[in-house]
Design a protein around this ligand. Structure first.
Ligand SMILES: [Zn+2]
Ligand SMILES: [Zn+2]
Length: 174
């Protein structure tokens, strides 16, 4: 038997897990949306949705799901705005109390409930890239003329030259 939890907007997203703890349900599904994720750095605008299921495996409570971000980001190389929406896997072990349990490994319930929104926020902060690239092989802008090297090839010589080699070049050309 499953119990589906959906959250109203604008309230703290505490997910009650009492039924899961007392055994009246085996699993609880959840879905949550974060409208304005202004904590996401380097984003023009960002929101995210997350969904998943929390299951009681004879006492071991596991949360599995995914977060789908929708981020308008600026490419760190070419400066173009693009949408970043790669899913993040959500996995956590949840404990009612921390008797003999490693705190880092478990998310602790408060009054038999967990703050799903906080969990999603943490996952985003931990898993999102530290800088956004419109694509992995973005060529960026030319350091000299500023043209977008993904679209045009300029003829600027941008190779970093060590002036000391020029002396050698002169030497060999003599
Ligand atoms: Zn780019
Ligand atoms: Zn150029």
């Amino acid at each position: 038997m499953r119990f589906y939890a959906c959250f109203a907007e604008g309230v703290v997203k505490l997910l009650d897990l009492k039924k899961l703890l007392d055994g009246s349900v085996d699993s609880v599904e959840f879905s949550v949306s974060l409208d304005e994720c202004d904590f996401i750095e380097d984003s023009v605008s960002a929101s995210a949705t997350a969904s998943g299921i929390i299951t009681n495996h004879s006492g071991l409570i596991l949360l599995e799901g995914s977060v789908k971000p929708n981020i308008s980001a600026v490419c760190a190389r070419c400066g173009k705005e693009f949408v970043y929406n790669e899913s993040i896997a959500l996995e956590a072990k949840i404990a009612d109390k921390l008797a003999n349990k490693d705190e880092d490994e478990f998310i602790l319930m408060v009054d038999s409930a967990i703050d799903i929104e906080d969990l999603v926020r943490s996952a985003l902060i931990l898993e999102l890239p530290s800088r956004y690239l419109c694509r992995d092989d973005c060529k960026g802008l030319c350091a000299k003329c500023g043209c977008d090297l993904n679209e045009t090839a300029c003829s600027c010589d941008t190779e970093d030259r060590d002036p000391r080699w020029d002396v050698l070049k002169d030497y060999f050309s003599e």
